[in-house]
Design a binder for this molecule. Structure first.
Ligand code: ATP
Length: 472
């Protein structure tokens, strides 16, 4: 992880925000290559959702909604994390992230050390089997340790901390102006579902997909871009007829899993986690977890939300959000199956998958084996030397594909150095223009991962890229 973070900083892919002022704790900026990777990933997700499925449409809703939305959704009252504070170092932590020693409530003998997992579920009462009683049992926390200063039993009892970021709308900073930066994009979809359905001439089953910023006042942020206070979500809410829930959960679970495999993620690095304790809105919930360098962590969620959201918004707004199916003369409140993914966390996962080191000609090489669809630059044009017309030849070839694929022209430094530069940002193909190009019109193509080289006619470059990259 440290080496990936260092690469990201060295190449200006991702780096701490407002760094010249000392940063602001876990806010990150995405430089040219990083911004491009993030956008490619977002575009790819959106294409997958709205182009591969003709029953899903896109939405771009506001970030600040009427605050009543958050009362209806349950966020004002219930979007809390349990926070503990260390009486020694004054550090604040999420209670369910603390490593503690637990005692078996049944036999009072067996002790286990458990790390809070990456979930909002409390771990204090997790029912797991005791090695001595051989039965499922409750566990009582008997010893805590501060993750920062190491002090034993210095943590205060947990208190609930609301994660929504407050702001004021309008010139007067009083109660009447309080609003929230959305902590998820999903609610924007629910409140707009009816107008989108009617204007798009859709009827259940159909989906609405949205990518956008979300804000959570996380107690602790960590693991680079995996948990920050400002992040982006890619959420798709699928509206169905009640009763079809299981079928659609199954369908979307399979879709999401295959989507990740198609992006090249190794299946052994992925696993499902089914929630036993459910959030107030959910009837069933699964996470896809990825094994990050710091351990397994949630990548995205798949939730059966039933009619919770639409019913609550109907009740709170006074507007009937039910659907009348005129083909069978039946009225019902659609149920929702939600696919909820974090763009930044997904990007981190792809960077972890792509990060490779090897040794070439005695020199260490770092390369990102990014899927070409996600790579920030698709091809680089490298004249072997600047003289004898090779520069101009290379530049003309570079210009000839500009506008179709994102490409780079690099003429400075040794060819080896230039290859390394491209490898580090994951450019899948490098075209080298040399003296032979002048003679027979061929260039060398170098493949990033295998380092395989072949000569193709320079006129074949657009064809080669179309074949290898498809529509991107
Ligand atoms: P976690 O338990 O990791 O806090 P969550 O269960 O609260 O996540 P959801 O509310 O289901 O997460 O949000 C959906 C997705 O949004 C998550 O799977 C994750 O990819 C992303 N996400 C949530 N919180 C953050 C954050 N603070 N920073 C970056 N991404 C986040």
């Amino acid at each position: 992880m440290d080496r990936l973070v260092a690469l990201c900083k060295r190449r200006g892919i991702i780096f701490p925000s407002s760094d010249i002022y000392g940063g602001i704790g876990s806010a990150y900026d995405y430089g040219p290559a990083g911004a491009r990777i993030k956008r490619n990933l977002a575009d790819h997700w959106l294409r997958e959702m709205t182009m591969k499925h003709d029953d899903i449409v896109e939405l771009d809703s506001a970030i600040i909604y009427n605050p009543r939305v958050w009362e209806a959704s349950g966020h004002v009252g219930g979007f809390n994390d349990p926070m503990v504070e260390c009486s020694e170092c004054k550090g604040r932590f999420r209670d369910d992230h603390i490593v503690s020693i637990y005692l078996c409530c049944k036999c009072q003998k067996s002790k286990v050390k458990k790390t809070g997992v990456e979930t909002r579920e409390p771990t204090t009462e997790n029912e797991t089997a005791c090695e001595i009683c051989k039965e499922n049992t409750d566990w009582q926390r008997i010893e805590t340790q501060c993750p920062r200063c190491g002090a034993k039993n210095s943590l205060t009892p947990p208190r609930q901390f609301n994660l929504m970021m407050k702001t004021y709308v309008g010139p007067i900073e009083d109660e009447s102006g309080i609003a929230y930066l959305r902590p998820e994009t999903a609610q924007g979809i629910y409140i707009d579902y009816k107008i989108v359905m009617e204007t798009s001439r859709l009827r259940p089953p159909f989906g609405i997909a949205q990518i956008g910023k979300a804000f959570r006042n996380e107690i602790t942020t960590k693991n680079f871009i995996a948990r920050t206070r400002e992040f982006e979500q890619m959420e798709m809410q699928f509206f169905i007829k009640p009763g079809d829930n299981e079928k659609w959960c199954e369908y979307w679970r399979e879709q999401r899993w295959n989507y990740l495999l198609d992006l090249g993620v190794r299946p052994e690095k992925l696993r499902w986690h089914e929630h036993e304790k459910l959030a107030h809105y959910a009837r069933a919930a699964w996470d896809i977890e990825y094994e990050f360098p710091y351990g397994w962590g949630e990548l995205e969620g798949l939730h059966d939300r039933g009619d919770f959201d639409l019913s609550r918004h109907s009740e709170f707004s006074g507007k009937d959000l039910s659907f009348f199916d005129d083909s069978v003369k039946e009225r019902y409140m659609p149920h929702v199956i939600e696919s909820s993914s974090g763009l930044n966390r997904a990007m981190l996962m792809l960077l972890c998958e792509a990060y490779h080191e090897d040794v070439q000609d005695g020199e260490e090489r770092v390369y990102l084996s990014l899927d070409p669809r996600i790579a920030p630059v698709k091809a680089a044009f490298l004249p072997l030397v600047k003289k004898d017309g090779l520069y101009e030849l290379g530049h003309d070839l570079f210009k000839s594909i500009q506008g179709r694929w994102r490409a780079d022209f690099d003429e400075s430094g040794s060819i080896g150095k230039r290859y390394r530069r491209q490898d580090e940002v994951g450019t899948p193909f490098c075209f080298t223009i040399d003296y032979q190009t002048k003679e027979d019109g061929t260039v060398t193509v170098r493949w990033r991962d295998t380092l395989q080289q072949e000569r193709i006619s320079k006129d074949q470059i657009p064809n080669f890229l179309s074949n290898k990259l498809g529509i991107i």
